[in-house]
Design a protein around this ligand. Structure first.
Ligand code: 5AD
Ligand code: SF4
Length: 444
C-alpha cells in the first residue's frame, strides 16, 4: 500500500527547524513518507512562528494558497508550533480548511493525531505538554543539513521581556540532561557531522535537573560546564545561540579560550542601547552591564565575532533613546546585526504601553541604523581580504552553480570556486573579495 505522504513547511527560528526535524523523525518511524512539496502531499503541516505579526500572517496566506491547489479537499492541513499554541481552536474559525492544531510541546503525538483524522475525526486540538519519557531523537536523514546539526539544549523562556510572545508560546524553561546532549553530539560525530549548534531561546540559562553528564567538567555555570563537556566529544565545531546578556558569565569566554572547537562567534542580543528602553523592555540589564560582557568577549585570546538583535520603535522610544542605540552599535562593532521593527503582540505587557511609534518612524529608524551598520560591516568584512579562513563546505552556492558555499568558525558565509568533491569537509580559503554579508575566495 502507498504510504501517506507528509510535507512540513517551517517558518521561523532554528528551534522550529529542530522541531520540524523531530516531527519528521517521528512520522517516518510511524510509517509516513516525508515529501518536499505541498502539491503532492496527503498531509500539509505548517510549523509556525508568532514572534512578529508578519510571520504570523504568513501562515494564513500559505493556508490560503494550499486551499487553491488542485488537490484541495483531499489534503489534510494542519498548523503546529507557536501560532498553534497561542491561537488554539480559533485557527479552525479563521481557516476552516485546517483539521489539526498542535502546540509546541505536542509534536511527538503527530503520527497518532494524523491517524485519527484519517479515520474520520474532523478536528483535533492538542496544546498539551510533552510526555515525560519523550526523547529528542532526530534521525540523520531528517536533518536540514548532513554537515551541520541543531541540538536543542533548553526550550522555553522565563524572561518575559515585555515585547516578546515567546514565554507564552513556548512555556517555561526546560533543560535537557547533559548526558543526553553529549550522547547526541557523539552520534552526530559518528554520522559525519562536522558542526553542531547548541540552540535555545537562552542557551546560557541552561540548568538541567541533575549533574549527570557534567561530572568532571569545570565551570562557573552549568552552561559553561556543558560547553566543556561538548568540546570534549571532539566534534570539530561547536556554535551556540542565543545568549541572554544577563546570564552571559565571563566563564563562557574562558571556555572558548580553552577549546579550539568552541567557535569564535557569540550572538548576544542587546535590543536597545537606551537604559530607559531596556527598563521598559524588562531586559534585566543596562547598557553598561552589557558593555562589560562585550569587553570580556573582545578580550578573548582569539578574536570572537559578535552579532546582535535590535528592536527599533519600541513604545516610548525617543530620538535620544534611538541615538543611544546607534552609539552602542558603533561601540560594539558587530560583525552583523538583525534589526526588527517593534511589532505589537497581543497579551504582552508592552502592548499596553503608551507612546506608540508610527510605522514610518520605525522604518526611518530601521534604515538609519542599517546604514550605520553597513559602514561598520563593510570595514570588518574588508579586513578579511588576503586572509585565509577555515570553511566547512556545506552546499553548492545558490548564486552560481560553479561555486561552493559554507561558513567560517566565526559564522560568516564564504563562497568559493571549485570543490564540489570537498562537500562536508573543512577547507582553507583565501579571501579575495568582500561583500556586505559574505566573503569570496579561492581554495588554498
Ligand atoms: N517585535 C519585534 N521584534 C521582536 N523580537 C522579539 N519580539 C519582538 C517583537 N514583538 C525580536 C528580538 C529577538 C528576536 C528573536 O526577535 O530582537 O531577539
Ligand atoms: Fe523573548 Fe526575552 Fe525570552 Fe528572548 S529572552 S525569547 S526576547 S522573552
Amino acid at each position: 500500500m502507498r504510504k501517506t505522504s507528509v510535507y512540513i513547511e517551517t517558518i521561523g527560528c532554528q528551534m522550529n527547524v529542530a522541531d520540524t526535524e523531530r516531527a519528521a523523525s517521528r512520522l517516518r518511524i510511524a510509517g509516513y513518507e516525508l515529501v518536499g512539496d505541498s502539491e503532492s502531499a496527503d498531509v500539509v503541516l505548517f510549523n509556525t512562528c508568532s514572534v512578529r505579526a508578519r510571520a504570523e500572517q504568513k501562515v494564513f496566506n500559505r493556508i490560503g494558497e494550499v486551499r487553491k491547489s488542485s488537490r484541495h479537499g483531499k489534503q489534510i492541513v494542519g498548523v503546529t508550533g507557536c501560532v498553534a499554541q497561542l491561537e488554539g481552536g480559533a485557527i479552525f474559525d479563521h481557516a476552516p480548511g485546517v483539521s489539526l492544531v498542535v502546540g509546541t510541546r505536542a509534536t511527538d503525538r503527530l503520527p497518532k493525531i494524523i491517524e485519527r483524522i484519517r479515520r474520520g475525526e474532523r478536528r483535533i486540538l492538542d496544546l498539551g505538554e510533552r510526555d515525560e519519557d519523550e526523547v529528542w531523537d532526530i534521525s540523520p536523514a531528517e536533518r536540514h543539513s548532513p554537515h551541520v546539526a541543531f541540538v536543542p539544549i533548553i526550550e522555553g523562556c522565563n524572561k518575559f521581556c515585555t515585547y516578546c510572545i515567546v514565554p507564552y508560546s513556548r512555556g517555561r524553561e526546560r533543560s535537557r540532561g547533559a548526558s543526553e546532549i553529549t550522547s547526541e553530539v557523539q552520534r552526530l560525530l559518528r554520522s559525519g557531522f562536522k558542526e553542531v549548534h547548541l540552540i535555545g531561546q537562552n542557551v546560557n540559562s541552561y540548568r538541567p535537573k541533575t549533574e549527570t553528564g557534567l561530572e568532571g567538567f569545570d565551570g562557573a555555570t552549568p552552561f559553561s560546564r556543558l560547553l566543556r563537556a561538548v568540546a570534549a566529544t571532539g566534534i570539530p565545531r561547536i556554535k551556540f545561540t542565543t545568549s541572554f546578556p544577563r546570564d552571559f558569565h565571563h566563564d563562557i569566554v574562558a571556555a572558548i579560550d580553552e577549546h579550539e572547537n568552541l567557535c569564535d562567534w557569540v550572538h548576544l542580543p542587546v535590543q536597545s542601547g537606551s537604559d530607559h528602553i531596556l527598563h521598559l523592555m524588562r531586559r534585566g540589564h543596562k547598557a553598561s552591564n552589557y558593555m562589560h560582557r562585550v569587553e570580556a568577549i573582545k578580550n578573548a585570546r582569539r578574536k570572537i565575532s559578535m552579532t546582535t538583535d535590535i528592536v527599533v520603535g519600541f513604545p516610548g522610544e525617543t530620538e535620544k533613546d534611538f541615538e543611544a542605540t546607534i552609539e552602542l552599535v558603533k561601540q560594539c562593532q558587530y560583525d552583523s546585526i538583525f534589526i526588527f521593527k517593534y511589532s505589537e503582540r497581543k497579551g504582552t505587557p508592552a502592548a499596553a504601553l503608551s507612546g506608540k511609534i508610527s510605522d514610518s518612524e520605525k522604518t526611518a529608524r530601521f534604515q538609519a541604523l542599517n546604514e550605520v551598520q553597513r559602514g561598520i560591516q563593510n570595514e570588518i568584512y574588508a579586513s578579511y581580504l588576503g586572509k585565509t579562513v577555515s570553511v566547512l563546505v556545506e552546499a553548492i552556492s545558490t548564486r552560481s552553480t560553479e561555486d561552493m558555499t559554507g561558513h567560517t568558525t566565526c559564522n560568516k558565509v564564504v563562497n568559493f570556486g571549485e570543490g564540489a568533491d570537498l562537500m562536508g569537509q573543512i577547507v582553507h580559503v583565501k579571501v579575495t573579495a568582500a561583500k556586505q554579508h559574505s566573503l569570496y575566495g579561492a581554495l588554498v
